[in-house]
Write a protein that binds this ligand. Sequence first.
Ligand code: GDP
Ligand code: ZN
Length: 353
Amino acid sequence: MSWLDDTDDDDDLAYDESSIRSRPNPKANRPRTKRRPAHADAQIVRVLGVDRGRYTVLADEDGPDERRVLVTRARELRKQPIVNGDRARAVGDLSGDEGTLGRIVGIEDRTSLLRRSADDTDQVERVIVANADQMLIVVAAADPEPRERLVDRYLVAALDAGMRPLLVVTKTDLADPTEFLSHFDGIDLRVFTSAQEAMPLDEIGQAIAGHATVFVGHSGVGKSTLVNALTGSERAIGHVNVVTGRGRHTSSSAVSLRYRGPAGSGWVIDTPGVRSFGLGHVNPAHVLGAFTDLAEVAEDCPRGCTHLPDAPDCAIAEAVASGRLGPGAAARLDSLHRLLTTFQAIERSRLEG
Ligand code: GDP
Ligand code: ZN
């Protein structure tokens, strides 16, 4: 059974051991495992940040008593990961008062799960963020130079996790991103351009209001600048180490920040630690999904077509060669080939052990 499974046949996990222990035992020698409803009084909270086994969660979200609460994890959860964005069931002292510590006893079903592996051959997947429905990819028009392939990989990760991708190109005051962006013609991707003195905050705000959006990007692209501008002082709050009270949050875990703007509120999940997006865990069948126009014509491919350069009668190759998919299609097909080749190499190394 995988930890992704919320159901558990192990009886132990269905009970709140500590609460059983804390009550007077009416019957001597009564087995501790007697069945009782677990945590009927639990509150649903949102996990905002994780730091060394302690979690900052939001209780009574959008209610009159909305507050941040510090909680730990119940032993019954064992090694089940709790990640940013999780809806958790919490019990104990949830007042949020100084010195109090509640307890997470369960995780609600997740609607999405963003994972990464350290590199393409790493089969160990690490969960980064739960329940986000969008991924906002930040690249710079220059300094650092944008790399199409990196965006492709983010796209694949987003689509694999069931998230809608958005792209923000920053630093358009330094370079014209038109050529770079032509690579993504025909991909289902909303694109925003941003310059030092002209950040499209209302437009981006409109796209993220009502959503939970993971922000990803290589360091130096201007992601912090954008996150700060969108969420204001929230970021500073999120990055203070609420557990130790010491300095800045230096951990590599994600942090959830509230966006509030003219179009409503939403969640920005900043991911300071994501330097690479190994795709070792991704199903290669999902790769094609990042290329909407190519996926469409692939329906005419021979059964079992690999869509690789040596694939006979590949309908994608034919459509691209005919020119009917537009000027950017050849570059996208190259991108698809690069990613598919990467997966082929992974498969081969797996088979050869
Ligand atoms: P991060 O590493 O992605 O979080 O990047 P930062 O937000 O720290 O920005 C890196 C550098 O780029 C900083 O010096 C920013 O002032 C600068 N920067 C951010 N956005 C822009 C932009 O639109 N234009 C220019 N010219 N510089 C920018
Ligand atoms: Zn094909």
